[in-house]
Design a protein around this ligand. Structure first.
Ligand SMILES: Cc1cc2nc3c(=O)[nH]c(=O)nc-3n(C[C@H](O)[C@H](O)[C@H](O)COP(=O)(O)OP(=O)(O)OC[C@H]3O[C@@H](n4cnc5c(N)ncnc54)[C@H](O)[C@@H]3O)c2cc1C
Length: 560
């Protein structure tokens, strides 16, 4: 208790900190084990303890309270386009890169590496979300870059390195590298075919004169990108039109920040975006003034090349959202356990229990779904898993991210006025939710992609059916729901108007199946009763009578 002249400070819940974020999450631990990530359990336990420390959680606050600043020119007036970050940003990046979140599935050789990484990502998502952006893009670029022989040989060792090296230097002098992606232009982000940035091959003589052997295959890019996150990255994959060359369409280019001759590439950072959230991260607008790039993939095959990257970034939108949900839930539940109103702790009041338990169900279902989806990526060599991943990625990105803002608002409200102010974490978490829905394929675009996936690969229906069948027929509401869904999927899927509803039904069915198979009955039955037996409601806190809220909340955050 603290004494002021006028009053004592009482009934304020202490901050949720100095907690092992992994050890306090049974649903995450169980999902890791069953989806194939068991080898990482000890490391995750250690990581959870580290990330839950007060000083680490505070890095997230600091990095967002001190947004990056752009310096276009040095003191002598030379163009530099440098971004200056707060030390907390660098500390967060160091933590993630040292843990291998940007690279481990590509070089660890461990079975279940995608699942293990997803669990790491979900834990980091409870600390800070802006720094997750460059880490995601770097992770996602690797499969595409592996197609680019000489670039891969030179760059992959730096990209996969566990050293975070923020220095602005040519790659030869660096210990680690980050890679971003640039597709979105002013006139169109979703419809990248509208890109106006053009690439033309450099004359072989000029390229060789400038860059020696490395000049082979160099192109010059002229144009712009309207969103270009992490411009401090050592390179970006950039889409540009190459149809002047006779191969119609967009191509994908590797555009480094420094060129092989040591000079800065002509990527002019116009300004940094002033964003709703994700304020720790620099997102910029850039112009390419004959910036030099090298082809990744074939000429005219830019969209499939960048879409390969998109599969991984979309996975991270799903996992990242599960992480933010978990953060919002734990802060809210911890607060409600520590604060009383009308003579009783908030967490013991029936209506608040309904709200909190409903949030806990959503969070556990998101975690279960995210790690199941990560396993599809681990097992992509199995056609059934690849097909399942192909449909669950867009459906999950749509539905989990769509639930995010409502989830964040409700968790904020649990904390009352304290939730709305910047002293606590909820305001920041709330602002983080929408970006996962918007970037890398906004909600509608994901639902249309889902239809496209069913259209191109009708066998995806069987893969989904096999996954749902694992839950059996013991729960009649689930069984009927899954049967209706699969029957509807027997028809060709071309109904754009109803595509959101379809995506939602698929995700809810998979979540229900996972919980029925693996979660305690009080969790699974409450999920089915509130989301499958009836339509998902517009607000949280509509669980029917008979749900064991106390048991759900004890599982959500065991009292420590
Ligand atoms: C914080 C942040 C960081 C970003 N970083 C990057 C980055 O690093 N690199 C990059 O390339 N981009 C980046 N983006 C851009 C982002 O990926 C785009 O904003 C997104 O893809 C949508 O494109 P758009 O803004 O042009 O919207 P539009 O394409 O105009 O879409 C607007 C809306 O229309 C909907 N829509 C589109 N087509 C259809 C249709 N056929 N039917 C129904 N609805 C439709 C979309 O779902 C969306 O809701 C970032 C965005 C944000 C907010």
């Amino acid at each position: 208790m603290q004494h002021f002249d006028t009053h004592d400070v009482v009934n304020q819940a202490p901050p949720f900190e100095n907690v092992n974020l992994y050890a306090c999450d049974p649903a995450l631990q169980q999902a890791l084990l069953r989806e194939g990530g068991a080898a990482a359990a000890d490391a995750l336990h250690q990581l959870g303890a580290r990330l839950g420390r007060a000083e680490v959680l505070d890095l997230g606050r600091q990095a967002n309270a001190n947004s990056p600043r752009l310096h276009n020119f040095d003191r002598s007036g030379r163009r530099v386009d440098e971004v200056e970050f707060h030390p907390s940003w660098h500390a967060l990046m160091t933590l993630m890169i040292e843990a291998g979140v940007h690279a481990s599935p590509w070089d660890s050789g461990q079975p279940g590496a995608q699942v293990a990484r997803a669990a790491q990502y979900l834990l980091f998502g409870q600390v800070e979300n802006g720094a997750q952006c460059p880490v995601t893009m770097t992770y996602a670029c690797v499969p595409a870059l592996r197609q680019a022989g000489p670039i891969a040989a030179k760059w992959l060792p730096k990209i996969l390195s566990r050293q975070y090296d923020p220095r602005s230097l040519p790659i030869e002098h660096k210990h680690g590298a980050l890679v971003g992606m640039g597709m979105t232009e002013k006139q169109g982000g979703t419809d990248v075919r509208a890109n106006s940035t053009r690439a033309n091959p450099l004359a072989p003589g000029e390229a060789r004169a400038r860059f020696g052997d490395e000049g082979e295959g160099a192109w010059a890019l002229v144009g712009h990108k309207w969103f270009f996150s992490a411009p401090q990255s050592d390179a970006h994959l950039v889409l540009a039109q190459t149809d002047d060359t006779g191969s119609a369409g967009l191509s994908c280019f590797f555009v480094p920040r420094f060129l092989p001759d040591g000079s800065r590439n002509a990527i002019r950072v116009q300004r940094l975006k002033d964003k709703l959230g994700n304020r720790s991260n620099a997102s910029s607008e850039v112009e390419f003034c004959d910036a030099v790039g090298w082809l990744v993939g074939a000429v005219g095959r830019g969209i499939p090349t960048i879409l390969e990257m998109g599969g991984y970034t979309r996975l991270d939108c799903v996992v990242g959202t599960a992480g933010i949900m978990r953060a919002a839930l734990t802060h809210a539940l911890h607060h409600a356990r520590g604060r009383a109103a009308f003579g009783r702790k908030l967490a013991e009041q029936p209506l608040m229990q309904n709200v909190l338990a409903d949030l806990a169900l959503e969070s556990e279902a998101a975690t279960a779904f995210a790690l199941r989806l990560a396993r599809c990526f681990d097992e992509a060599a199995d056609p059934a898993q690849a097909l399942l991943g192909r449909i669950l990625t867009p459906a999950g990105k749509y539905w989990l991210c769509k639930r995010g803002p409502a989830f964040g608002a409700e968790a904020m409200e649990v904390m009352g006025g304290n939730g709305y102010v910047e002293d606590g974490p909820l305001a920041r978490l709330y602002r983080e939710f929408p970006v996962n829905s918007i970037w890398e394929g906004s909600g509608n675009v994901m639902c249309l992609d889902l239809l496209r996936a069913f259209g191109k690969t009708p066998a995806a229906r069987a893969a989904l059916g096999a996954e749902l069948a694992l839950a059996g027929s013991a729960n009649p509401d689930f069984y009927a729901y899954a049967a209706r869904l699969l029957a509807d999927l027997e028809r060709p899927q071309g109904d754009e108007y109803g595509a959101r509803r379809l995506a939602e039904r698929i995700v809810v069915a998979v979540q229900g199946a996972l919980l029925l198979r693996h979660a305690p009955a009080y969790v699974a039955e409450a999920f089915v009763a509130s989301r499958i037996a009836v339509d998902v409601g517009g607000a949280f806190g509509r669980l029917p009578a008979g749900v064991d809220c106390a048991a759900i909340l004890e599982r959500a955050l065991p009292i420590y």
